[in-house]
Structure formats: C-alpha cells, structure tokens
Design a binder for this molecule. Structure first.
Ligand code: PGA
Length: 256
C-alpha cells in the first residue's frame, strides 16, 4: 500500500457490544466524509466484526480484527483464525502491547500471526514498542529493532508492501502520557533504517509507519506532521465520534 494516503486506525478494544458498535458505526458514517487521501480503519470487538462487515461502506471505512490465531483451523478452543477472518477483516492488528503483556504473546506468536494474516490476504498492522522500564534502561532502540526483526522474519520484500508498522510505546498507551515528537521521530528512524538494511531503500521508503499511544484530537496534528509518520493508531479517542472525526480531518489537512 502506497504512502500517498494517511492511515487512521480506531482500536475500540473490548468496548461496545454488537448493538452499540452498530449504532456507533452509523454515527461515524454520518460524520466522516470519504476522503481520497485518508484511509480510515475501524477495529471493533471480534463479536461485532462480522455484522459490521455487512453494514460498513468499505469506501468509507475498512475493518480490522484486533487479534487472530495463526493456525488455519483445528482444535484451538476459543480462537479465531485468519482463514475464518478472510473477507471479513481487511486488516489485523498484530502484537498489540496488551496482547504481548496481558496475554503473554511471544515474538514467535506475533511472527506466526503476521504470516497467517498475509497468507489470508489480511494486511497486518504490526505493533512494536518499548516499556517504560526498557526506555529508562536505554534499550528502546534494541527493543524496536528486535521486535521488528522477529515480527518480519520470513516476510518477503513484496509482502512488506501490505504491512504497516505501528510504533506504540507501551508507557504511552491509555496513560495520557503520550510520547514526545522527538521520541517518535527517533523510533521511526530506527524502523526505516532496519527495513532498509533488510529489504533496501525502496522498501524502507514505502512501508507505512503509524504512531499510537494516547493520541487525542489535540495532539494528532503534531504526530501527523512528523517526518516518516503515515498515520495514527487511536484507542480511547476513537470511541468518541467527535474526537475521532477531528483526528481524521487533521489527517486530511496534513495530506494536502
Ligand atoms: P490509546 O490506545 O490511544 O487509548 O492510548 C492506543 C492503542 O492501544 O493502540
């Protein structure tokens, strides 16, 4: 996917039941104009994904699943596979810090999920980022580097075109303690340098990189203005129609 569009992803996390999610989609559909320069992706709870996929106007919004399991089918009670999600989800959020830290997803899990998504024509949004402790210990670059190498192992240069990287420092998620623009610029540089090393300058220049972590309607423009940032992964603020619409409008202004 080219970088000529900004990408705004709303991660609703474990909020809104199916009815509420449907109503909320109606509200957003009325508010958010279709812009050629901004792609808007909604990541509802899994339970609502199927019904929203029938309701959504895909020219206006794409859908993402918040997680998936990497095996295609079989005896994996409680899991949903990329194969089952094929045609329902356009994108998959993979390796979100809540998955890594609360549900102890390993680097191997993340890598397998990226592979499974690609195999099933679902575009991965690979989330990476350091914890507060890792940052305090001066390990930010290593963590980003390692998560990137591991998550993208086995991905070909061609497949890379469908992958988006979301830099989400763990300490900035849901805390109101959003990263400084300098922190983000540094991280984006590490990401693009590493992609360049692995896949060459063209790939490094064309991969999409998002920032996520306590983004609000007020802070969105600052991040969207940063060199190398193609959009935002928005959690809390994506559940407020006015705030989320304002973020999208800022992306539209930025793209022009
Ligand atoms: P937040 O969540 O915007 O509420 O910090 C971001 C995310 O989890 O992707």
């Amino acid at each position: 996917m080219a970088r000529d569009k900004k990408l705004i992803v709303g991660n609703w996390k474990m909020n809104l039941n199916t009815h509420e999610a449907s109503l909320y989609l109606h509200t957003l559909a009325d508010k958010v104009p279709v812009r050629r320069d901004v792609e808007v992706v909604l990541a509802p709870t899994l339970l609502a994904l199927q019904s929203l996929s029938l309701q959504v106007n895909r020219r206006q919004f794409k859908l993402a699943v918040q997680n998936l399991y990497w095996r295609d089918h079989g005896a994996f009670t409680g899991e949903v596979s990329a194969t089952q999600l094929r045609g329902v989800a356009d994108y998959a959020v993979i390796g979100h810090s809540e998955r890594r830290h609360i549900f102890h997803e390993s680097e191997r899990d993340v890598r397998q999920k990226v592979q499974a998504a690609i195999r099933n024509h679902i575009k991965p949004i690979l989330c990476i980022g350091e914890t507060a402790r890792e940052r305090a210990d001066g390990e930010t670059k290593e963590v980003i580097h390692d998560q990137l190498i591991s998550g993208l192992a086995n991905v070909t240069s061609e497949e890379l075109g469908d992958i988006t990287i979301a830099y989400e420092p763990v300490w900035a998620i849901g805390t109101g303690n959003n990263a400084l623009p300098d922190n983000v610029t540094e991280a984006v540089k590490v990401i693009r340098d590493q992609i360049k090393y692995l896949h060459g300058p063209k790939a490094a220049n064309s991969i999409r990189v998002l920032y996520g972590g306590s983004v609000t309607a007020d802070s969105a423009a600052d991040y969207l203005a940063l060199e190398g940032i193609d959009g935002l992964l928005v959690g809390g603020a994506s559940l407020d129609a006015n705030a989320f619409t304002a973020v999208i409008e800022k992306a539209h202004k930025r793209a022009n």
